[in-house]
Design a protein around this ligand. Structure first.
Ligand code: GLN
Ligand code: ZN
Length: 766
C-alpha cells in the first residue's frame, strides 16, 4: 500500500484548557512555587499537549513550540542574544534572566514587545546589536527528546526561521541583514546538525516573514540561508513553513533546496492555490497544505475542504501532501467541550484547537480511503454547519435593508471641517489648548468587585446602578476641581471596551473558556460575532446623560469604534470583514443618534485597533484603509455640524496613515505619543493635518507622576509641528490601569502645564 496523505500540526495552544499555564507562571513570579515545581508543572502541561495531538491522530506532532513565555524570546535566548543591560556573561541562561528580558527587573527594563504579524499575539523583540550569537542550548532537541522519552512521540521540532528571526529583530540597519545572517548561520546550522544526528526526520522552520513581500535581496538571502542549511544537513527534511498570507513569488521558494513548503490556503486570498496550479509542484518537494483555519474558531465546511484536497491532488500526489492547520493553533482556544452555556446550534458550529485537529484527521482519512467510509462523520459535520447557517439571526432582512438604504445617504458631514470648526468654536467656547482625558478612570478593586457582585446577582441592577452613579459623580467633581475643560464619565461600568458593546449588540456570543494568549501570561477571551450585528437599544446614554447632568462643562459620550470592535472579536467567516464592519458601524450610528438626541453633543469614538487590521501585503493596504475609514464615517457623519466628534488611537504606528486618519473626518483626535519617541510628531511636520489633535503629553503606563516641565516641553515640542489653535492637551490613553492618587497628581500637573503654555501663547485661561 502506498503512503497516502498525512497530517501535521504546526503548534498547539500553550495555555491549557483552564489556563493552567498562566496560573503556573504567575505562581512562580509571585514566589509561591519554586523553580523545580514550576518546571515539573510545565512539563506536565507540555506532555498533555503532545498527547492530545497524538491521540487526535495527527501524524507529525510539533515539539519545541511550547514555551515559558514566547517562542521568539526562546529563539533569542537560545542564540545567546541577551542585551548588555542584563549583565549576562555567558553560560546557561537562568530562568530569572529569561523572565527579566520579558518583564524587566529592578536593574533593567524589559525588551520591547510587539504584535506577531497581523495577530493579537505579542512577541519579544530581539535586540541583536553587536552581540555575537552562540548556541546556549538546543531547545528543539531537548523538546524532541522529551516527547520521545515521555510520550513515545517522534516529534517534529519547530524553529523560527533565521530569515524571519532577523526581520523581526532590531539593533542593526536593514541593509546589514545579510552580514548579520552570516554571523548566525554557523550556530543555526549546528542546531540543525544536532537534530540530524539525533535521528529527527522533519523539522518545521517557520518563515512567516516571507509573506510580507520579497525583494531581490530577500530572495538571495533566503537562497544563502537555505543553501547552507541544505549542504550541512542533507539527512534532515526541512519544511519551510509560511502562513498568514500568500507566499509570493512562489517560484522563489520552490527553487530553494528544502524538502517541503508549507502554505496557508485560508488567509491567502486564493493566491497560493493559483500559484500552485500555475507553476505545478516540484517532484522533490512535499506540500504542507494549510486547509483548516488556524486563526478563527468556526467548524470547517468539510465538503469544501475535501474539494480543496482533491484539487490539490491534481498538482501534488497524495504521498507528498500533508494536511495541516493554516498556522499554529496558538491563536485559537483549546477545546469547545466545556462550552455548555451556548445553544447547541452555535456550540456545534465552533471548532477550537482540538476540534480542528479532528477535522484534519477526518479530511485526510476521507481523502485517502474514500468519503464513503466516513459517511457518518461527514454527515454530522455537514448537518452542524447547515443548522448554524440557517439560523435566522444570521440573515436578518432588516439589517440588510438598513445597509442598503445607507448607501443612498451622503457619506460625509453636512459641512466640511473648515466650516464646522467655526460653528463648533461658537458653540463650545473652549479655551485655547483645551484639556481632556481619554475616557476611563481608575478601575479600582472596589469597582471590579461591584461589577462581579452584580454579575453574580448578589447586587440587583438598582444597587449596581447607584454604585456606578456615585463613581461618576465623584469623577465629575474631581475633574471640575482639577480644572479640566472637557470631561468624561469614567467608564466605570465597562470591564472591556469591546465586550461592553458586544454584550449589548445583537449578533454576539460569549464563550465560557475561549481564551487565547495575548502576551506572556496575559490571555484574552475575544467576544464572538456569530450573527448579524445590530443595535438593540441605547448602550451608553444612561451614564453619559447622568454625568452631563452634574456639570455645565461638556462631557464626552464614549464609544468604541466599528473597526476596533471588529479587530478585537472573533468574526463570522461567511461575510467579509468589511461587511461585518459595516453592520457594526450602522449599529453605532444608532447609538450616536441616541446620544445626540439626549443632548450629548461631544462624542468620542475610539479606534485604537484600526491599524491592527492592516493587511500584511502593502498592495492591500489602501483597500483596507478605505473601508475602515468608511466604517468610522458611517458611525459618525450624520451628526449636526455643531456636534463634535472625537476619536482616539494608541500603541501602533500611525506615521504612515495620517491621510487616512484625516479622512475619518473626526473633529478632534487624541493619539498616544510617548512610546513612539517623537517619531509621530515628525510626521506631522512633514504632512498636513488640519483638525483638532491632542498628542498625548504623558505616558500612562507608569505609576510615575510626570513633572509640569516635562509636559510643557512635550507640548512645546508638539507646537513646533502643529498650530496652537488645533492642539489639545491630554494623556496618552485611558487611565483605568492607574490608581487615583497618581492620576489626580498627574492630571493636576497636566492642567498646570496647559495653563503655562497658554499664557506663553498670550491667551487667557479660563
Ligand atoms: N476610552 C478608552 C479608555 O479610556 C480608550 C481605551 C484604549 O484606547 N484602548 O479606556
Ligand atoms: Zn488608548
Amino acid at each position: 500500500m502506498t503512503q497516502g496523505i498525512r497530517t501535521s500540526s504546526l503548534g498547539y495552544p500553550r495555555i491549557g484548557r483552564n489556563r493552567e499555564w498562566k496560573k503556573t507562571l504567575e505562581a512562580y513570579w509571585a514566589g509561591t512555587t519554586d523553580e523545580q515545581t514550576f518546571r515539573a508543572q510545565m512539563e506536565e502541561l507540555q506532555l498533555q499537549h503532545l498527547q492530545a495531538q497524538a491521540q487526535a491522530g495527527i501524524g507529525l506532532v510539533p515539539v519545541g513550540d511550547f514555551t515559558f513565555y514566547d517562542h521568539v524570546l526562546d529563539t533569542a535566548v537560545m542564540f545567546g542574544i541577551v542585551p548588555p543591560r542584563y549583565a549576562y556573561d555567558g553560560g546557561d541562561i537562568p530562568l530569572d534572566l529569561y523572565f527579566a528580558m520579558a518583564r524587566g527587573n529592578a536593574g533593567a527594563t524589559a525588551c520591547e514587545m510587539t504584535k506577531w504579524f497581523n495577530t493579537n499575539y505579542h512577541y519579544i523583540v530581539p535586540e541583536i546589536g553587536s552581540l555575537t550569537p552562540r548556541l546556549t542550548e538546543n531547545k528543539p532537541l531537548a523538546a524532541y527528546r522529551f516527547a520521545k522519552e515521555r510520550a513515545g512521540i517522534d516529534g517534529k521540532p519547530v524553529i523560527v526561521g533565521l530569515y524571519t528571526f532577523l526581520k523581526l529583530s532590531k539593533g542593526f540597519q536593514a541593509d546589514e541583514i545579510a552580514a548579520v545572517a552570516a554571523r548566525f548561520l554557523p550556530q543555526y546550522v549546528q542546531l540543525l546538525q544536532e537534530l540530524e544526528q539525533e535521528g529527527v526526520s522533519w523539522v518545521q522552520i517557520d518563515e512567516p516573514a516571507v509573506v510580507t513581500g520579497l525583494t531581490a535581496g530577500d530572495i538571495s538571502l533566503l537562497e544563502t540561508i537555505y543553501g547552507e542549511i541544505a549542504a550541512a544537513v542533507p539527512g534532515l527534511n526541512i519544511m519551510l513553513q509560511t502562513y498568514f498570507e500568500a507566499a509570493e513569488p512562489l517560484e522563489a521558494l520552490l527553487g530553494l533546496p528544502v524538502q517541503g513548503i508549507g502554505l496557508d490556503f485560508i488567509h491567502d486570498g486564493g493566491n497560493n492555490l493559483k500559484s500552485v496550479e500555475r507553476l505545478g509542484w516540484p517532484e522533490d518537494k512535499v506540500l504542507g497544505a494549510g486547509i483548516i483555519d488556524g486563526r478563527n474558531i468556526w467548524r470547517a465546511d468539510i465538503d469544501a475542504k475535501l474539494a480543496l484536497v482533491a484539487r490539490l491532488q491534481q498538482s501534488v500526489p497524495g504521498e507528498r501532501l500533508i494536511l495541516q492547520p493554516s498556522s499554529s493553533l496558538l491563536h485559537v482556544p483549546v477545546s469547545v467541550e466545556g462550552e455548555n452555556k451556548l445553544k447547541p446550534a452555535v456550540k456545534n458550529a465552533l471548532a477550537f484547537a482540538s476540534e480542528k485537529l479532528a477535522e484534519l484527521v477526518l479530511a485526510a482519512a476521507a481523502a485517502n480511503e474514500g468519503a464513503g467510509l466516513y459517511a457518518a462523520e461527514l454527515a454530522v459535520s455537514r448537518e452542524a454547519l447547515a443548522v448554524f447557517r440557517a439560523l435566522p439571526e444570521r440573515q436578518r432582512e432588516d439589517v440588510a435593508e438598513q445597509v442598503r438604504s445607507l448607501k443612498q445617504l451622503p457619506d460625509s458631514r453636512s459641512l466640511p471641517f473648515s466650516e464646522r470648526v467655526k460653528v463648533q468654536q461658537a458653540k463650545w467656547k473652549l479655551p485655547l489648548l483645551p484639556t481632556t482625558t481619554i475616557g476611563s478612570f481608575p478601575q479600582t478593586a472596589e469597582v471590579r468587585q461591584a461589577r462581579l457582585k452584580w454579575r453574580k446577582g448578589v447586587w440587583n441592577q438598582e444597587r449596581y446602578d447607584g454604585f456606578i452613579r456615585r463613581q461618576i459623580a465623584e469623577a465629575i467633581t474631581l475633574q471640575e476641581e482639577l480644572g479640566l475643560d472637557v470631561l468624561v464619565h469614567g467608564e466605570f461600568e465597562r470591564t472591556d471596551m469591546v465586550e461592553f458593546f458586544g454584550e449589548k449588540l445583537a449578533g454576539y456570543l460569549f464563550t465560557g473558556g475561549g481564551w487565547v494568549q495575548s502576551y506572556g501570561s496575559r490571555c484574552v477571551k475575544p467576544p464572538v460575532i456569530y450573527a448579524d450585528v445590530a443595535f438593540v437599544e441605547p448602550m451608553t446614554v444612561k451614564e453619559s446623560l447622568y454625568a452631563q447632568s452634574l456639570t455645565k462643562l461638556p462631557v464626552k459620550g464614549m464609544l468604541t469604534g466599528p473597526v476596533t470592535i471588529l479587530n478585537w472579536s472573533f468574526v463570522r467567516d461567511d461575510l467579509s470583514r468589511e461587511e461585518v464592519a459595516g453592520q457594526i458601524a450602522l449599529a453605532l450610528r444608532h447609538e450616536v443618534t441616541a446620544l445626540e438626541e439626549a443632548g450629548i453633543e461631544m462624542i468620542q469614538v475610539d479606534e485604537p485597533a484600526i491599524r491592527e487590521g492592516l493587511p500584511l501585503k502593502a498592495r492591500d493596504h489602501e483597500y483596507y484603509l478605505n473601508w475602515a475609514v468608511k466604517s468610522f464615517r458611517t458611525a459618525t457623519n450624520h451628526v449636526k455640524a455643531t456636534t463634535q466628534i472625537h476619536t482616539h488611537m494608541c500603541y501602533s504606528e500611525f506615521n504612515d496613515m495620517i491621510s487616512s486618519i484625516s479622512a475619518m473626518d473626526a473633529d478632534v483626535i487624541s493619539i498616544e505619543t510617548s512610546r513612539s519617541h517623537g517619531e509621530l510628531i515628525v510626521s506631522f511636520e512633514e504632512q498636513e493635518y488640519d483638525k483638532g489633535i491632542g498628542l498625548g503629553v504623558y505616558d500612562i503606563h507608569s505609576p510615575r507622576v510626570p513633572a509640569v516641565e516635562e509636559m510643557t516641553s512635550a507640548i512645546e515640542r508638539a507646537l513646533r509641528a502643529l498650530e496652537v489653535q488645533q492642539f489639545w492637551i491630554n494623556p496618552d490613553c485611558g487611565l483605568k490601569t492607574r490608581g487615583w492618587e497618581e492620576t489626580t497628581a498627574a492630571l493636576r500637573n497636566m492642567v498646570k502645564a496647559a495653563v503655562i503654555v497658554r499664557e506663553k501663547s498670550g491667551a487667557v485661561s479660563r
